[in-house]
Design a protein around this ligand. Structure first.
Ligand code: PMP
Length: 396
């Protein structure tokens, strides 16, 4: 029998840019279901977005209640929920002033502008950015200009001038690029798209010291690694190395499109003010309800503690896979942001894991990423390993 929903999905694929012909319909906890009812164990979380998993009724009820009241007001006016969400986000991220955006790219655009605005107010003449190779900061022009991985940037050259790329985790390579024109250094404490590369403690500390000595701003992009994923609320807190500007998105809204960039008081004083930056939808009441509620649930349910306690088990099980299969050369990552490294291209893996009912994501450098919702328990990790093993056996 011809299945009309599958047929419709296949036909509609020409109108959109999805890559896999499965039509996801709804979710519960750690699982997603397609229109035929097939179950998928989700170790991707919509690209590290759905920290609380799917169908969290408390989160959903808060959104429904807000929809019934009001979804949007102009950002000329104060809204209590937005004020509270900003205050809470500043508290958990250790920052002082926040601008809400609609995405991670837009958060990074804002951060770059904030750094330029700071230099402009202080009349330092600084405008250059130093970014890292293999980095990913988004697809908009400013964000793609500081994105180190060439696959994302090269087709759009010439991009924003004044950007230099250093080698990640190589402080000397950063020092070589610093001049009196350097405005900011931007980096991901744990690179996601670039293949799950964790900054070393020395590198983070070295960058902070360099920035302090030379009057450069440090921007941490925690769009992917922030909000509990590495086992601390934000990755910088795990390093004890605080940036001047922090960018966030993905898990802060648990599925509602919202991002943010936050500044320290010292930066904010000389940087962007309402009026010279903003976004029509950025931080509207619905988005801010999501942020506020997500933070409340994260803290009450100790999601960060859960990640910290459970991550060693995920690491151990992934290492078993690396031992078992010769073409898996190792594991790397932190918390619930893990990668398995393969000795050859892994493009066939996705088709096989999908057949097994498992969602994982590829990253650059022959890496398969594991970014489960932060509620994943040991039993889900066991189930994932079982499905992964079946998929790997087929392509071995
Ligand atoms: N920065 C990082 C570190 C990311 O991982 C991403 C998205 N993968 C972005 C920025 C861009 O975020 P968005 O897709 O929401 O624009």
């Amino acid at each position: 029998m011809v299945n009309s929903k599958i047929q419709a999905a296949e036909e509609n694929l020409i109108h959109v840019y999805n890559r896999f012909p499965i039509a996801l319909d709804h979710g519960k906890g750690m699982y997603l279901y397609d229109t035929e009812g097939k179950e998928y164990l989700d170790f991707a979380a919509g690209f590290a977005v759905c920290g609380l998993g799917y169908g969290n009724t408390e989160f959903q009820e808060a959104l429904k209640e807000q929809i019934d009241k009001i979804c949007h007001i102009s950002n000329l006016y104060y809204h209590e929920t937005c004020g509270e969400a900003a205050k809470e986000l500043n508290r958990i991220s250790g920052m002082d002033r926040v601008f809400f955006t609609n995405s991670g790219s837009e958060a990074n655009e804002g951060a770059l502008k904030a750094a330029r605005r700071y230099a402009y107010t202080k009349k330092t003449g600084r405008y250059e950015f130093i970014a890292m190779d293999n980095s990913f900061h988004g697809r908009s022009f400013g964000a793609v200009s500081v994105t180190g991985h060439e696959a994302y940037r090269e087709p759009f050259e010439p991009v924003l001038p004044g950007v230099k790329f250093a080698r990640f985790n190589d402080l000397d390579s950063v020092k070589e690029l610093v001049s009196e024109k350097t405005c900011a250094i931007i980096l991901e404490p744990l690179q996601g798209e670039g293949g799950i590369n964790l900054a070393t403690q020395e590198f983070m500390e070295g960058i902070r010291r360099l920035c302090d000595e030379k009057g450069i701003l440090m921007i941490c992009d925690e769009v992917q690694c922030g909000m509990g994923r590495t086992g601390s609320m934000f990755a910088w807190q795990g390093f004890g190395v605080k940036p001047d500007i922090l960018t966030m998105a993905k898990a802060i809204g648990n599925g509602i499109p919202v991002g943010a960039f936050a500044m320290t008081e010292e930066v904010a004083e000389y940087s962007l003010k309402p009026g010279d930056h903003g976004a029509t939808y950025g931080g509207n009441p619905l988005a801010c309800t999501a942020v506020k509620k997500a933070i409340e649930i994260f803290e009450r349910d100790d999601i960060v503690g859960h990640v910290k306690r459970t991550a060693p088990y995920l690491e151990k099980r992934l290492e078993e896979i690396a031992e078992e299969f010769a073409f898996v050369t190792g594991r790397r990552g932190k918390g619930f942001m893990q990668g398995l490294v393969f000795s050859r291209p892994v493009s066939e893996i996705n088709a096989k894991t999908l057949e097994e009912g498992l969602l994982v994501i590829q990253a650059q450098g022959n890496v398969i990423r594991f970014l489960p919702p932060l509620i994943a328990e040991e039993k889900h990790i066991d189930e994932m390993v079982c499905k992964l093993r079946n998929a790997l056996k087929q392509i071995q």
